[in-house]
Design a protein around this ligand. Structure first.
Ligand SMILES: [Zn+2]
Length: 125
């Protein structure tokens, strides 16, 4: 599994590449672009699946980090269906613009973990 620094670099890289792509290839308003970018940044640094371990992300929560201690590592927060469900529930409520960046960031995190695990298994035999 990639470490927090790797996850953050990947998140920032995608943010830096993704925002220009969205600007040039879509008709999303600049307000929505700002919201999605901010959510993605929050998802990279504050609300990501590694809240279930003693990660840099959890430590950023300061005195509120206790909220996440009951989650088992690689449990529900690392389940992509949780994040996809959050998106669809928000979509039903017409609130998807408020979660899409965090959901995208978390799904990329989970995908990165999966690729990292597979790669490590290949190299370790
Ligand atoms: Zn993870």
């Amino acid at each position: 599994m990639p470490n927090a620094e790797t996850h953050e670099k990947i998140g920032l890289g995608i943010l830096c590449l993704g925002v220009p792509c969205l600007v040039f290839k879509s008709d999303i308003s600049s307000l929505y672009m700002f919201m999605i970018s901010t959510e993605f940044w929050i998802g990279t640094y504050y609300v990501n699946p590694d809240l279930d371990t003693n990660s840099r992300c959890r430590k950023r929560w300061g005195c509120l980090k206790f909220i996440w201690k009951s989650f088992k590592h690689r449990g529900v927060l690392h389940n992509p269906y949780l994040w996809i469900s959050i998106f669809f529930v928000a979509k039903e409520l017409d609130l998807e613009i408020w979660v899409i960046g965090i959901v995208a960031s978390s799904l990329i995190h989970i995908l990165t973990d999966m690729v990292g695990d597979k790669t490590r298994r290949i190299y370790q035999g």
